[in-house]
Design a binder for this molecule. Structure first.
Ligand code: HEM
Ligand code: HEM
Length: 233
């Protein structure tokens, strides 16, 4: 997709808090999954609480963060999404590059955040009484019907996460191998190389203070920790 004849410019794309959120989320989900395989329920719960804090942070950051990570900036109507998907096979870099999530990717971001939020919240009400004797911190506050529904959701929704994450990673590999666009590198370093003719759009991104982002993340962590500690009594 890259037009080799046009000079490239390095532009800033993702703020530090969003990159921290992304890779911390990947580590926390992987840890939840792995600790479950290894039946280490305390680590499983801890990783799950981290996911909850990260999701809480991302929702707030979607309203007060840098201009291109706000939900209002990347959630497009169906017309734009379909238009983007049509251009995807043959579109030029100019057609397909956005100073943020593209119209299709933007909705995928919402799906991923919703799925991991459902997983972490249902975990608070999940229990295992035959082998691990573990109750999620909020089990005691709900009826056994609600608790068993939450248990069911926790065990079913994980399959949707597997599917969505597989699609997400395949999409990133598709852009890298087929479109020759390194979106993964941009999510790590925060910068991206784009043709000079479209660099102006990236110059208009208003970056929020990373210190504010870290402060909000810490408050979210404290809020989840406080909730769990209070609930356990
Ligand atoms: C997004 C974060 C989380 C992920 C990805 C996750 C993932 C999983 C997975 C894959 C299973 C096994 C499901 C199965 O065998 O069908 C499981 C079971 C379980 N999870 Fe989570 N979980 C998360 C958060 C939590 C939290 C926050 C808690 C509670 C504090 C929790 C408590 C449990 C319990 C009690 C089980 C049942 C254990 C068992 O049946 O062996 N999870 N979780
Ligand atoms: C547990 C696994 C993962 C989850 C839950 C996940 C979730 C997400 C979320 C929520 C975003 C949106 C970022 C934001 O605006 O806050 C995102 C973006 C992104 N993720 Fe992941 N991710 C996962 C794994 C990965 C992996 C393994 C890779 C690399 C191969 C990757 C590559 C990317 C890239 C490149 C973007 C930016 C997409 C764009 O340019 O629009 N993700 N991911």
């Amino acid at each position: 997709m890259s037009d080799d004849t046009e000079p490239q410019k390095t532009v800033r794309l993702w703020d530090f808090p969003v990159r921290l959120f992304h890779w911390a989320l990947v580590i926390a989900i992987a840890t939840s999954w792995w600790s479950n395989q290894e039946v280490m329920i305390d680590i499983h719960a801890l990783a799950g609480y981290s996911v909850l804090a990260l999701v809480l942070f991302r929702i707030i950051w979607g309203f007060v963060g840098s201009s291109n990570v706000r939900f209002s900036s990347f959630l497009a109507g169906p017309g734009k999404v379909i238009g983007y998907m049509r251009k995807l096979p043959n579109g030029s870099v100019r057609d397909l590059t956005y100073p943020g999530h593209n119209p299709a990717g933007g909705w995928m971001v919402i799906v991923l955040i919703l799925l991991v939020a459902i997983q972490a919240i249902s975990g608070l009400f999940a229990s295992e009484d035959t082998f691990l004797f573990f109750d999620g911190p909020l089990v005691a506050y709900v009826s056994s019907d609600v608790a068993s529904t939450m248990n069911f959701i926790h065990h079913t929704n994980i399959n949707l996460i597997y599917g969505a994450v597989a699609l997400h990673v395949l999409a990133a590999i598709f852009y890298l191998m087929i479109k020759r666009e390194n979106l993964i590198g941009a999510m790590i370093t925060g910068v991206r190389k784009v043709p000079e003719s479209i660099a102006a759009g990236f110059m208009q991104i208003r970056f929020a203070s990373p210190v504010l982002g870290i402060a909000i993340l810490l408050v979210c962590g404290l809020a989840v920790w406080g909730m769990v500690t209070l609930a356990r009594g």
